[in-house]
Write a protein that binds this ligand. Structure first.
Ligand code: ADP
Ligand code: ADP
Length: 232
């Protein structure tokens, strides 16, 4: 479903360069939960943001289904990006908007009819368990509740893939587990493919089907979680 082909990303100018990814190959299969683990600076964030081309590769290709999306214009890309929802470590909610309006935001961007927005947001609020909090502002919510809003917003345009950028790193262990359970439900019930980056082994072992270990911009190991990290 997603294929990265000889992906290289170099930041900087001719005076100072950092190679964040180097000739990286990766294939993610439809329906799986794929985890990418590595230390700080390994290239996880660059890798995740390359999947929806928030970062343009220096060289190499990104394929989504049977489309080489690196060849698309920014305008064509907008359409593809809607098929990939994204959630963030620090949630990235609009602080001056209610829970309802945060979730409705991506629907309004694509001029969804008002009745359809009402219906969709109501369903999403139910899915993430925030029906009673629809009129609250982010500052009135716990970390876990904020991430639930982030997840609902990411699902608003019916994506095929959910990209998770350290989605539980700002949460305590108990809240982390409840968010991981929600992600697992979304994967199983809605059939949405999940790609997540993390530096926490616990996250990988709790929900991932397959894992890749990234080090210095390269994948040094990958496979089913149970094979890559043999349990004692
Ligand atoms: P991780 O998410 O694993 O911490 P990143 O993808 O953020 O890794 O970073 C990989 C490397 O690229 C690091 O050396 C980092 O300093 C560098 N890097 C990331 N973003 C930028 C940027 N915008 N400009 C310059 N260097 C960057
Ligand atoms: P607009 O016409 O400005 O696009 P709406 O008429 O859909 O927006 O909604 C006006 C405001 O009412 C929204 O900003 C939202 O905060 C609130 N709202 C709309 N529907 C609901 C709902 N079902 N539950 C809670 N708040 C809602």
């Amino acid at each position: 479903m997603i294929r990265l082909n000889q992906l290289t990303k170099t930041y900087g100018n001719k005076h100072k360069q950092t190679t964040a990814l180097q000739n990286l190959d990766l294939t993610i299969t439809q329906g799986e939960i794929f985890g990418i683990i590595g230390h700080s600076g390994a290239g996880k964030s660059t890798l995740l943001r390359s999947i929806n081309l928030l970062e343009r590769p220096t060289s190499g290709e990104v394929w989504f289904g049977d489309t080489n999306i690196t060849a698309l214009s920014e305008k064509e890309l907008q359409h593809v990006r809607r098929k990939m929802g994204m959630i963030f470590q620090h949630f990235n909610l609009l602080s001056s908007a209610t829970v309802y309006d945060n979730i409705a935001f991506p629907l309004r961007l694509v001029r969804t009819p008002k009745e359809e927005i009402e219906q969709k947001v109501s369903n999403l609020l139910k899915l993430v368990g925030l029906e009673e909090h629809r009129n609250k502002y982010p500052a009135q919510l716990s970390g876990g509740q904020k991430q639930r809003v982030g997840i609902a917003r990411a699902l608003a345009n019916d994506p095929q893939v959910l990209l998770c950028d350290e989605a539980t790193s700002a949460l305590d262990p108990q809240t982390t587990n409840s968010i991981l359970r929600l992600l697992l439900d979304i994967n199983k019930q809605l059939g949405i493919t999940i790609v997540l980056i993390t530096h926490e082994m616990h996250v990988i072992q709790t929900i991932c089907d397959r894992v890749a270990v990234i080090h210095d911009g390269n994948i040094v190991e990958q496979g089913p979680v149970t094979e890559v990290f043999l349990k004692p």
